[in-house]
Design a protein around this ligand. Sequence first.
Ligand code: ADP
Length: 244
Amino acid sequence: MIRIENINKSYQKNHVLKDINLSISGPGIVGLLGPNGSGKTTLLKCFLGMVIPDSGDIIFNNSSTLGQFAYRNNVSYLSQIARFPENLTVKELISLMKEIKTGRTREDRFIKMFNLEKELSKKMGSLSGGTRQKVNITLALMHDDPFIILDEPSTGLDPLSLKELKEFIHEERDQGKLIIITTHILSLAEELSEDIVFLLEGEIYFNGSLNELLTEQHQYNLENAIANILKSTKTECHAEDIEI
Ligand code: ADP
């Protein structure tokens, strides 16, 4: 369970997160959505300890995360731009990641799911974009953590791999995990998310179930609901620009 309390963050004069209050508890899949620049990455990075908020607190499982690191052992994070040493092979990277945390790992599941056997001895720098993303997902999710953050998980994935990943995400949810997903593919967000947090200019515009959002906006799908919000708030962007 995460509780974000009165979080503010500015970069110079740019007030990016404006007194954010948010509680998210599992199990479940939450879509964190909002136009480019609305503060999604900054909010996630505050939670992950990669950005220090100017004020406020973030509570994870009843303890403040600020200045702490142990809680990160419970969090798997797939970043949008993963950076791993290009000169290491996939196999070497998997071995390194195994060392980082204790507990069981399930890299074999991903190697089979994404057909990575032939790639194991290749260097990271030599992989195609799609294969890289499969390796990124393997490295990010191989530890069996109760809390998962996925930033644009579908980038570069072929339809079959995406289908397998969606099944995996649903299985994780059914095992009682909390999963937060950001994506600019609104059909994917709609397919996966039970709850939606919609950020607009550093403030939470909507926080509730997908069904509540559709009812509130009198729309039958997420894309139309988001387009409706942006039209009513006259935000200068298009529904397809919704991403972290
Ligand atoms: P989103 O993920 O919703 O696209 P971000 O959290 O990445 O939004 O960015 C929110 C705002 O903060 C943007 O105006 C962006 O330019 C700014 N920003 C993000 N990171 C930095 C940084 N490290 N330094 C200065 N400004 C930043």
